[in-house]
Design a protein around this ligand. Sequence first.
Ligand code: ADP
Ligand code: MG
Length: 745
Amino acid sequence: MTTLDAKLDGVLGAKTGKALDSALGLATVGDLLRHYPRRYAERGELTAIAGLEIGEHATVLAQVERVTKRTMKSRRGTIVEARITDGHRSLSCTFFNQAWRERELLPGRRGMFAGKVTAYRNQLQLAHPEYQLFDSESTDLGSAAEEFAAALIPVYPAAQGLPSWSIGRCVRQVLDVWSGTDDPLPVALRERMGLADLESALRKIHRPQNFAEVAAAQDRLKWDEALAVQLVLAQLRGAAKSHPAPVCQRRDDGVLAEFDQRMPFELTNGQREIGEQIAVDLTTEHPMNRLVQGEVGSGKTVVALRAMLQVVDSGRQAAMLAPTEVLAAQHARSLRELLGDLAMAGELGGADNATRVTLLTGSLTAAQRKKALLEAASGEAGIVVGTHALIQDRVSFADLGLVVVDEQHRFGVEQRDALRARGGDEVSPHVLVMTATPIPRTVAMTVYGDLETSALRELPQGRSPISTSVVPVAEKPSWLDRAWARIREEVAAGHQVYVVCPRIGDDEENSGKGKKKAAKSAVDDSDGGGEEPPPEDGEERRPPLAVLDVAEQLGAGPLAGLRVGILHGRLPADDKDAVMRAFAAGELDVLVATTVVEVGVNVPNATVMVIMDADRFGVSQLHQLRGRVGRGSAPGLCLLVTDAMGGTTTRERLDAVASTTDGFELARLDLELRREGDILGAAQSGRKSGLKMLSLLRDEDVIARAREEADRLIGADPKLREYPGLARMVAEVVDADRAEYLEKT
Ligand code: ADP
Ligand code: MG
């Protein structure tokens, strides 16, 4: 009996078993059968060489174009160089001291070639290539060796020393002795969804006769992935809901009512709708678990504050958590500002039903801390603001009704669980999570599936449109001159300009000491550029442009005569303040800065942002950056300067940013581009857990259906006692590292 649990070394022999394990992390029959082909090659097809990514371990079907043999002068020996082609482009494969290859690699012969793609002097190469030639001169793959006999040749994610065809051979051997498996899906469900059974799906995914069989197998395997994750999430939702929660009724004579009356602006429709959802959630007997997504400036603070006030009105407390001390302090300040005398309970001039906002962070003095802890414990503080440490520390609350978490991205499921436990043994507080990073619906359903989600899509009135253009300096050098000219015009019209660079460019930067220091300054931990995508050519890239250099060059050249200031994370705090104040006061025309300007800078008179080496920043970072302009009455302009060439994924990312200012759409495009990159370059795929077949982008309907089905199943049978197969699927997901989903998005 060879089951999915059987060890591969028992089936394939110790040597092969070890190779599969060490190269790809595949230890069991199940692991290997779930190592799915990345794609399928058709008879006679040649792989497009233009689509290869530098650095990937590629498997290409190609034809030998010509072979040359040379003798090396320095070392004694020979080099055989074969150029292989897809009919359009060619790749070179080099062999040292293997002169006999010249006799085998005859021009016109076809085969599969595998190796790491590198570039040398603008020529693509396969390093340490392995290959397998098809029979004789025949271009008909059907007559080739046994592994190529099928109509569709599976191409596997491979590794050095373990080419796709070797993996294919192992899979075939395993399938020959595999005794099959019970299907975890209930038959009724399978029939209703029109899904193949698991065993045949696993067989067909590796040995399909045609693409229809591939599709049927994929449908089934995707469904399993989607359902397993959704079952886990449905269980989490169910468990969270099973606790009693502090019921917080609305009152029309409390602080909230008072606050609403005094609010200096009208709520946006989105704020009103989400506010209503939350208000209802808070009155229910089970804890709210809600995620509010809304871009920077969409007005999340007010939404959170109104929820907190409803809780305060019912005699309970709310805690607000921020990722850093600086942000926590900022929150406390802006809440106090918004509340005015409504936050001055017990103080001179406090309003009648006022409450108190207490800041509790690590940098308080012992005396301040003691006071803050007391205010939390006594219930005097209606709102306690702090860092995430609030949940780890043994801070006690008199009656914690609601926890608001700002900036979801640094906050995992486990931490949310810890939070819920803070309410004591019985009661779990309501949880409201806020993030400024738009998350596509499918990702939200998967990664944050234990939360209900709401999106705040509209910005408050009075924001001006921002238009964005890519300035491709490699192709259109003159556009950059025009950009600087445009900036001079803008300044002449009385406006101000940001120029953002990925790097500071001081001496400290490359020393470890400098790095550490930068990491410590909390406000701009993003200083020095973003998630940098891998380079698209194999050659050395020049270092990213630096603030200090760019400022000097601009001041001496294209922007001579303008008042140019510098801002970055390693300036002393006082200097930073001074520069910001000068810029805000209009005493500087141009601010050359790192991404420090991403957070908390608000200068309505700034209308243009030029982002140098824009390709070195992540999509969402670019989006956040440009949100700094267009804050006043004049429209904003953002220029993305890059030397990335047209047609590359890098350029596509920038074009995507230029094409829309809708953060949600952008998040979707980003996901799409990254997945595409994944698919093309998915060489290193030894990963065991996570989503292999399911695409968060393309399989939205599968995910949505799986979610419904999971809710139904868990609703009727929370522990899945009647479905041991499903319970096993769930256990596997729980074992797998959740972080991987996050990482993948
Ligand atoms: P974020 O969603 O980034 O946390 P904030 O809550 O800080 O955004 O709001 C950004 C700014 O917009 C604040 O100055 C806030 O007072 C203001 N604001 C919020 N809601 C509205 C509204 N409905 N109309 C006008 N201004 C608003
Ligand atoms: Mg905010």
